[in-house]
Ligand binder design. Structure first.
Ligand code: LMR
Length: 398
């Protein structure tokens, strides 16, 4: 039976990360997977996480399963972090949350949930979007449509074209997938005004907004980053949110995330919760406990929360420093503003806006690893590799 299978294509992000790790060139620069690295090129465990882990070591008295919803303390605290503690949907008991295995686990469960509501539902995703969004949604048999969002090598969201695409094609009952902040892969986010405009459109057209939040706090700060999706959540009767703690808590391998739903009333919220738990049971049963405990501990304890917010600031500041460093150097070397867009984009990613041939040439001649789409993880740039990177970018210019 096995021989009927065919070889799968490499994952465009994770396989490139493996290739980069295997490269022994001391000058190699890995800008592939979206992992934060410090200026030494390391992905350290946050101090707040270390402190919470110490407490876990002391307090944990059982390895018995969590329930299907995961860690209830985590669910409550993370929901308040996302929506703000005084959000009306929370007071009205219209919100249901389960802990998931990372943001991807949340998206997969959401996809199954949408399929239960209506098989083959059409989901509108941005062009471009994160490389795993479409596979995750398609794995539940959902249909994909795209709306214009960003043109590689340019500055700003193509909001007019986005709204034209949605106005022309989106129909009542469709889902629209949006990213909360630090858009992956382009680094361009919607402004608050654009979120407001979109919320009206979503309501008017009868769409279900699904917001994927993987970089909360990494664009500006926790509250400012939340303005757009909180406005959406306050405007619509129903909404889905997938949340990842991989990047903002640096807990990548602990696979911690959440799926949050907002319903029109508490009775429907209960139905949603039972469905989310029921799907979790047939996907991976119960989530792992470690990451949920850590985030709950950090969010609940004033001192740990302060430490976390400070460390989150450091991540954002370093990424922005590298953005400025790259934009300055490329400006100087090329005497052109062509790469100026890198300075103002948000979060870990930008496209360089170069061809696949140029990307491959940087890989082969300089051991610099970026995705074929020319997406770079800015957090992989350090003060020691930035000049090598700039040399490589300059060398592939026509
Ligand atoms: C990325 O886009 O590089 C990250 O979100 C990691 C992943 O799973 O793709």
């Amino acid at each position: 039976m096995f021989t009927s299978l065919e070889v799968c294509p490499d994952d465009p992000i994770l396989q490139l990360m493996v290739h980069a790790r295997a490269d022994t060139n001391p000058l190699k620069v890995d800008l592939s997977v979206g992992i934060y690295k410090d200026d030494m090129g390391k992905t350290p465990v946050m101090d707040c996480v270390k402190a919470a882990e110490q407490r876990r070591l002391e307090q944990e008295d059982s390895k018995a399963y969590l329930g299907l919803a995961g860690d209830l303390r985590f669910n409550k605290l993370v929901t308040e972090l996302v929506l703000g503690p005084s959000h009306a949907a929370l007071a009205d008991k219209r919100v249901s949350t389960i802990q998931t295995t990372g943001g991807s686990g949340a998206i997969r469960i959401a996809a199954e949930l949408i399929k239960r509501i209506k098989p083959g539902t059409r989901v509108w995703v941005s062009d471009p979007t994160w490389a795993n969004h479409i596979p995750l949604l398609k794995s539940a048999g959902l249909e994909i449509a795209t709306y214009a969002y960003y043109q590689s090598g340019e500055k700003g969201v193509r909001f007019t074209e986005m709204m034209q695409d949605l106005s022309a094609g989106a129909q009542s009952g469709d889902v629209i997938l949006l990213q909360g902040s630090c858009h992956n892969p382009c680094g361009e986010d919607l402004s608050l005004e654009q979120w407001q405009h979109l919320a009206e459109f979503v309501l008017d057209r009868g769409l279900l907004p699904f917001v994927d939040i993987a970089y909360h706090g990494i664009s500006k700060n926790l509250d400012e980053d939340s303005l757009g999706w909180r406005h959406m959540a306050a405007s619509v009767p129903e909404m889905l949110i997938s949340y990842s703690g991989s990047k903002n808590f640096s807990l990548y391998r602990d696979r911690i995330g959440a799926l949050i739903s907002i319903s029109p009333n508490p009775a429907t919220a209960h139905i949603l919760l039972t469905n989310m738990m029921n799907i979790s049971r047939v996907v991976y049963s119960v989530p792992p406990a470690h990451g949920g405990f850590l985030i709950a501990e950090i969010l609940e304890d004033d001192e740990l929360r302060k430490m976390w917010m400070f460390e989150l600031d450091q991540i954002r500041l370093r990424v922005n420093q590298m953005r400025n460093g790259l934009a300055d150097r490329l400006q100087e070397r090329l005497s052109s503003d062509r790469f100026e867009f890198i300075r103002d984009q948000q979060g870990m990613f930008s496209f360089l806006g170069i061809s696949v041939e140029q990307v491959l040439s940087m890989r082969e001649s300089h051991s610099i690893y970026l995705l074929n789409s020319s997406r770079v993880n800015i957090a992989g740039v350090t003060s020691s590799n930035i000049d090598h990177l700039v040399d490589a970018i300059v060398s592939v210019q026509p």
